[in-house]
Design a binder for this molecule. Structure first.
Ligand code: SF4
Length: 357
């Protein structure tokens, strides 16, 4: 058995079992036998397993969450006999549930999505919802009107989060500015918010943006870079105009390329998100679009296999784009392989089912 605490993070190894939690006693990862569990800050539990070589992710129901959490803290209790510093971290499922509920109260709603490399960032809302909110494939912020938070609400949220994660904020790998387009609120106000944030919690900053509603100019991106913005994630979805029309994503691909260039010229990294599952023309045009961008170390490309919830499936059927089984996974492989032939940055999956905070 082995246990350490460093930088706001606790790790325990006991035989085949691996446990990690933060110094505020929140379970993070638990690996045993053939499966691993990740607990999100909002208290969802995602189980990962490999079946026939395929990685399967599953969200656990409440009853299973309880079993996993209580088993986790049972191991912490056992380890505390040898490592007494763990005694104060012996908790149970009710503790985790109340932590998740408290975080929900601080944010005022669930956090529906984060980029896959931001699971361990501190989520700070600057605005609610999405200024566009009309893409046919997206139901992330459907019930919310886009609204920047007032400066007072923002300050209060930052103060509360600092207390909530008081022992573990040092373990986080940055701050994610929520929700769908925090940087769309206008440059002057944005810089005021970021100045306050930096005075409280000095960490690299990350945010989503779309490539068609954000009104920022070159100089604004330079200010964002100076304020600590490290990477901006942009949903491009497709390099094919006909597919973009069906998705109701108002991207003009030439303008999107110019928008990306402005960000990159300011020295900010990009995370470009495209989808898989829309057919041969989509694959070719998307690969060509992505290849037209000049990348740098720190940029990432994400491929997100399309999620066909009921309403969107009907739109696809209406447009003769019904999927064959396995098509989106097949296209994922083709897009990734073709990009990796000439682009030397990570090209990885963005699975919406597990990209939760
Ligand atoms: S721009 Fe992004 S968040 Fe907004 S509706 Fe489209 S996909 Fe959803």
């Amino acid at each position: 058995m082995f246990a350490t605490e460093s930088g706001g993070l606790i790790k325990i190894e006991s035989g085949e079992r691996r446990l990690s939690m933060n110094s505020d006693s929140d379970m993070i990862y638990y690996s045993l036998e053939d499966r691993t569990y990740r607990r999100t800050n909002m208290n969802d539990f995602v189980e990962f397993r490999y079946i026939d070589g395929n990685r399967i992710a599953r969200l656990l129901p409440e009853s299973e969450k309880q079993l996993v959490a209580n088993n986790f803290y049972g191991n912490v209790k056992e380890a505390s006999l040898e490592y007494p510093f763990l005694k104060k971290h012996i908790k149970d499922y009710n503790f985790l549930k109340s932590r998740g509920n408290e975080l929900m109260r601080i944010y005022g709603s669930r956090i529906p999505v984060v980029p896959p490399d931001r699971y361990f960032s501190l989520y700070v809302k600057i605005s609610r919802g999405c200024p566009w909110n009309q893409c046919t494939f997206c139901e992330l912020y459907r019930d919310q009107r886009y609204l920047p938070l007032s400066f007072d609400s923002f300050k209060e949220q930052v103060e509360k989060l600092s207390i909530f994660f008081k022992n573990s904020v040092t373990s986080m790998n940055g701050i994610f500015l929520g929700d769908a387009n925090a940087i769309s609120m206008g440059s002057r106000a944005l810089n005021e918010y970021l100045f306050f944030l930096n005075s409280k919690l000095h960490m690299p900053l990350y945010a989503f943006s779309d490539a068609f509603t954000t009104p920022l100019k070159n100089i604004d991106f330079i200010k964002l870079k100076n304020a600590g913005v490290k990477r901006i994630y942009i949903g491009i979805e497709s390099g094919n105009s006909a597919v973009l029309k069906i998705l109701n994503k108002k991207i003009n691909l030439k303008s999107a390329g110019e928008f990306i260039k402005k960000i990159k010229d300011a020295g900010i990294n990009i995370g470009l998100i495209v989808m898989s599952g829309f057919g041969k023309d989509h694959v070719n045009d998307t690969v060509n679009f992505l290849k037209s961008i000049v990348y740098a170390k720190g940029d990432i490309i994400y491929i997100s296999p399309v999620k066909e919830y009921n309403e969107f499936r009907e739109i696809l059927i209406e447009n003769g784009m019904e999927k064959e089984t396995g098509q989106k996974e097949f296209e994922y492989d083709i897009i990734r392989t073709r990009l990796k032939e000439s682009i030397n940055i990570p090209v990885v999956v963005y699975n919406l089912d597990e990209a939760i905070y």
